[in-house]
Design a binder for this molecule. Sequence first.
Ligand code: IVH
Length: 247
Amino acid sequence: FTHTVPLLSLSNVFTSNELVNWHGRVEKLAGTNTINYYCELKYDGVAVALTYQDGVLVSGATRGDGVQGEDITSNLRTIKSVPLKLVGDSFPSRFDVRGEVIFPKDKFQALNEQRIANGEQPYANPRNTAAGSLRQLDPGVVATRPLDIFIYGVGAYQGEIPDTQEKVLEWLSTLGFKINPNNKLANDMDQVEKYFDKWAGRHQQLNYACDGVVVKVNNIELRDIIGSLGREPCWATAYKFPSQTAV
Ligand code: IVH
C-alpha cells in the first residue's frame, strides 16, 4: 500500500531544556512568538492510516516506512472503534486519517491469563501483540482480539478541513472517530510542561501504553510555514517520559 501523503516521524526531546530549545526553533521558523501548542499522549501501539471515500472506509494500512505500508483493510474493519461509515456528510469526498491501534492493558492481561491456563506461552507486551494481531491472515481471529484505536490527525484530503489541530480532532469526533479525551490545548510553554508533568506521573494508570507526550503547533497554516526537515516535521516533537526499568 502506497501512502499518498507520507506518514512522518517525530523528533524527540528528553528534558525541559531540550523542549525550550525546540520551542525557540519553532518561534524562529514561524516568525512569531505567539504559538499555541496542542498536547497529546504518545501512544505506544501500531500506526495506521484509514482511507474514506464518500464516507465509507475503503482501505486501511500500516505505516510501514512512512511511504509504503501493508494493506490490512480486512483486519482494521474488525476493530469496533474504526467507523466503517461516517456520521453526517461534512467530510471531503476522499481523505485519510491517521491513528494508533492499541491493545488495552486489562484485556492484554486477561488474554495472557487465558493463555497460561491453556498451557500456552504468554505474549510479551501489548504493542507487539497488537502488531501481531493486525498481521494475522484470518480477520476472524483478529475480530476476537479487543483492539482499540485513537485517531490523531488527517493525511491526504481534498477540499477543506478545520484550521487548527484542536478543531480537526473535534470535527473528526463528530464523524464518529475515537479521539483521546486527554488531549489539551496549551497557550504557552508553562502549560505544555504542566501537561507533561501530569502525565509523566500518571500515564501508568491509563489502560493503554504511552511513552511521552506529542507537542504540536495548533495552527495548521503555521505548520506549512514551519515545514519539515527530512522525514521529521519541525512543528511537532515527542517529549518522552523518563524510561522505566523493569526486571
Ligand atoms: S503525530 C507529524 N500524534 O509516533 C506527526 N503520532 O514518530 C506524526 N504516535 O509511529 C504523527 N502517538 O504513530 C502523532 N498523538 C500522536 C501519536 C503519534 C503516537 C506515533 C505515530 C508514529 C510515531 C511518530
